[in-house]
Design a protein around this ligand. Sequence first.
Ligand code: AP5
Length: 212
Amino acid sequence: MNIILLGPPGVGKGTQSELLHNELKLLHLSTGDILRDNVKRNTELGKKAKEYMDRGDLVPDELIIDLIRDRISKDDAKSGVMFDGFPRNINQAKALDNMLSDMNTKIDKVINIFADINTLIDRAVGRRLCRGCQKPYHIKNNPPKKENICDECGSELFHRDDDNEETVRNRIAVYTESTEPLVNFYKEQEKLVQIEAKGDVKTVFNNIKNSL
Ligand code: AP5
């Protein structure tokens, strides 16, 4: 099974991906996590991507599409992938369809998670991430048991550079212009499921599970 989690910044894609990964054992492929790891390690990709990410703009398609092609050709992607943060525009979606078709597989379901703008800003600005395992927390909604320390691996939490309100607003504007058209793209392919990100993490997770 191959699934796409679609939705604006801060809506809860990473949080739900983690829970779905534990339940369905699909490879969790987050382009945002891969890019942040490259920025941290100061790789060629990281150096090129950083300026776009800091502004909240999309990293150029050719960098992202090559990265995905390489990653889904590996053995651990064979039993299915959960795409989180990819595709981000129609060009990336068409490239993904072509790659999967070359591998005799396809996207089975696209889960579009949505919420109002105030919820998105509150969730993104209040988010903290684990430096070790990338698990997301929220200072109010989903705090760690011990302040600033990950419950799972004990590493320190950090605040993403692009999680300030100004950049989050730009990321939402970029989402509306470039990514939202994918909702109709997948509706026309009859693969779309709509999930409102209302309620706590568990409620949203149960709604997603029931839709699958
Ligand atoms: P990326 O990392 O993909 O960021 P994003 O899409 O902006 O999504 P977020 O990670 O902000 O949010 P999320 O939906 O995962 O929310 P989360 O679960 O953490 O991309 C970053 C950048 O990389 C982009 O701006 C771009 O530059 C580049 N990039 C990435 N992919 C690209 C691509 N394909 N093409 C080009 N460029 C690309 O939850 C948020 C917070 O809310 C957390 O604190 C969480 O604890 C809390 N929360 C979650 N669910 C709930 C709930 N139900 N109730 C209460 N709180 C909740």
